[in-house]
Design a protein around this ligand. Structure first.
Ligand SMILES: Cc1ncc(COP(=O)(O)O)c(C=O)c1O
Length: 436
C-alpha cells in the first residue's frame, strides 16, 4: 500500500463507507474529459460522472480558465451586506432558463442544503401568511433528498436513515408509480397510486406545507423512473389542494434527463426548485434554491420577523458562481443539449441490445441515464453481486457503481463514441463475468 493510502487509512473518514471491511480507495491524480486517472496510471471511464456532477467533462479548459480568472479577482466575500457580479449574473442566467416566475435565487453549498432551504422556506411561507397549521410535508416513497436532518426526513421511506427516525420531522410518503420499458402494468399502477394520493391529500392536505419530488427520476434509491403524465397528475393535484410544490432537480438538472430540467418535460411551474451537482459541472460545491417571486414577496415586512433566518458562510462563493456561470454559457456555445440527445439515441440502441440479457430486468432510460436491475440478485442495497460487479468494472477501467441491484450509466456529456462503445461492451462483459 502506498504512503498516501496508509495516511488515508490513518486519517480519513470516507462517506457511506464501512471502514472495517471496505477495500482501499483508488487514488486519483488527475482527470480529463470522461476519464479519471489513478496513481498507477490506470484510466478509468467516469461513467457515473462522479456522483452525477460532471456534465461537461473533467478539466474543461473553459471552466479551468473561468476559475483561474475569478481566483485572480476575489476568492470569497461574505454575502450578507455584500454582493458580486458572478452571483448576480448566475442568478439572472438561472432565472432566464427556468420557467415563469422562478426568479429568486438563494445560494447554499450542496444538494442537501438546497433542500433544507426549500423546507424552511415552505414552512415559513405559511407562517408568514398566517396559515400555521401547514407544517408537515409529502414526498414520494423511496425518495432521497440528502443527508441533513430535514432532507433525511423527506427521504425517510428510502430506508437509508432508519437509525435517525427519532430526529425527523413529519413527512408522509406518497406511492411512486415506477415504470420501465415494456412495463404492461404501468397504467394500473399509476391509477392505484393516484387514487391513494387523492386520499392522502383529502385527509392531510390542509396540514401540509409542501410536496417535494425528484422529478421523473428517483436517483439514489436505484434510478427509478416514472412517466411525465403521472408526475404532472400528482403535482397538479398537490397544487389544487393548496400545497407548495418543490422540484428537487439536484440530480436531474442541467441536461441529465434530455432537457435542461426535468420540469421541461411536463410543462409545470413549481414553487421552488433545488439545484446543485451539475450547476458547476462538478467543479465547486454550490447549490441554489430558486423560488417564485410571489413566494419571495411573502418574506417582506417592516421588521426581521418575516425574513428568512438562514445563511451559510460560503453562500454564493464567487469562485463557484463564476464557474457555474461559465458552465451555463457552455450549454449554448457547445450545443450541449444536442450532445445529450446524441447520447440518448446511443443509449436507446444499447438498451435494445442489452434488454434480452438474462441478467437484465426492468430496462429503462431517460436522457443520459441508462439503467436496469440485476435479475436473479438479492434486492439488498449492498448485495454481494452488485459489489462484485462494481469491483469487476473498476478492475476493467469503468467507474460503474450499482445502487443495490440497479446498474446504471450516467456519463459526462463529452464522452466520445469509442468511449461509449467501451462502456456498453464493458457493461455486458461484467454481467457475463458474474456467471463466469
Ligand atoms: C435528488 C437529490 N437531492 C439531494 C441530494 C443531496 O445532495 P448532496 O449530496 O450534494 O448533499 C442528492 C444527492 O444525491 C440527490 O440526488
Amino acid at each position: 500500500m502506498s504512503d498516501l493510502l496508509q495516511t488515508d487509512r490513518q486519517h480519513i473518514w470516507h462517506p457511506y463507507t464501512q471502514h472495517a471491511t471496505e477495500q482501499a480507495p483508488v487514488v486519483i491524480t488527475h482527470a480529463r474529459g470522461a476519464s479519471l486517472v489513478s496513481d498507477d496510471g490506470q484510466e478509468i471511464l467516469d461513467l457515473i460522472s462522479s456522483w452525477w456532477t460532471c456534465v461537461h467533462g473533467h478539466a474543461h479548459p473553459e471552466l479551468n480558465a473561468a476559475l483561474t480568472k475569478q481566483a485572480g479577482l476575489m476568492e470569497h466575500v461574505m454575502f450578507g451586506g455584500f454582493t458580486h457580479a458572478p452571483a448576480i449574473r448566475l442568478a439572472e442566467g438561472l432565472s432566464a432558463i427556468l420557467p415563469g416566475n422562478l426568479s429568486r435565487v438563494f445560494y447554499s453549498d450542496n444538494g442537501s442544503t438546497a433542500v433544507e432551504v426549500a423546507i424552511k422556506l415552505a414552512y415559513q411561507y405559511w407562517r408568514n401568511r398566517g396559515e400555521e397549521k401547514r407544517t408537515s410535508f409529502l414526498a414520494f416513497e423511496g425518495a432521497y433528498h440528502g443527508d441533513t436532518l430535514g432532507a433525511m426526513s423527506l427521504g425517510h421511506s428510502c430506508g437509508f436513515f432508519n437509525l435517525f427516525e427519532g430526529l425527523m420531522c413529519e413527512v408522509r410518503a406518497l406511492p411512486f408509480a415506477a415504470t420501465f420499458e415494456g412495463d404492461e402494468a404501468v397504467e394500473e399502477v399509476e391509477a392505484e397510486a393516484l387514487s391513494a394520493i387523492d386520499g392522502i391529500l383529502a385527509e392531510h392536505g390542509q396540514k401540509t406545507a409542501a410536496l417535494i419530488v425528484e422529478p421523473l427520476m428517483q436517483g439514489a434509491i436505484g434510478m427509478r423512473l416514472c412517466r411525465p403524465a403521472f408526475l404532472k397528475a400528482v403535482v397538479e393535484r398537490a397544487h389544487a389542494a393548496g400545497l407548495l410544490v418543490i422540484f428537487d432537480e439536484v440530480a436531474t438538472g442541467f441536461g441529465r434527463t434530455g432537457k435542461m430540467f426535468a420540469l421541461d418535460h411536463i410543462g409545470f411551474e413549481p414553487d421552488l426548485v433545488c439545484l446543485s451537482k451539475g450547476l458547476t459541472s462538478g467543479y465547486m460545491p454550490l447549490a441554489a434554491t430558486v423560488a417564485r417571486e410571489d413566494i419571495f414577496q411573502e418574506f417582506l415586512g417592516e421588521d426581521f420577523e418575516k425574513a428568512l433566518p438562514h445563511g451559510h458562510t460560503f453562500t454564493a462563493n464567487p469562485l463557484a458562481c463564476a464557474v457555474a456561470l461559465r458552465s451555463l454559457e457552455l450549454f449554448g456555445e457547445e450545443k450541449t443539449l444536442e450532445r445529450v440527445a446524441h447520447i440518448t439515441g446511443r443509449h436507446e440502441m444499447a438498451l435494445t441490445a442489452l434488454k434480452d440479457h438474462k441478467r437484465v430486468s426492468r430496462p429503462r432510460r431517460l436522457g443520459t441515464l441508462l439503467a436496469f436491475d440485476l435479475a436473479g440478485s438479492g434486492d439488498g442495497y449492498k448485495s454481494d453481486e452488485s459489489l462484485q460487479l462494481r469491483d469487476w468494472y473498476l478492475a476493467h477501467g469503468l467507474n460503474i457503481r450499482p445502487l443495490g441491484p440497479s446498474v446504471y450509466l450516467m456519463p459526462p456529456y463529452c464522452i466520445s463514441e469509442s468511449e461509449l462503445d467501451r462502456a456498453y461492451d464493458g457493461l455486458l462483459d461484467g454481467l457475463s463475468a458474474l456467471d463466469g
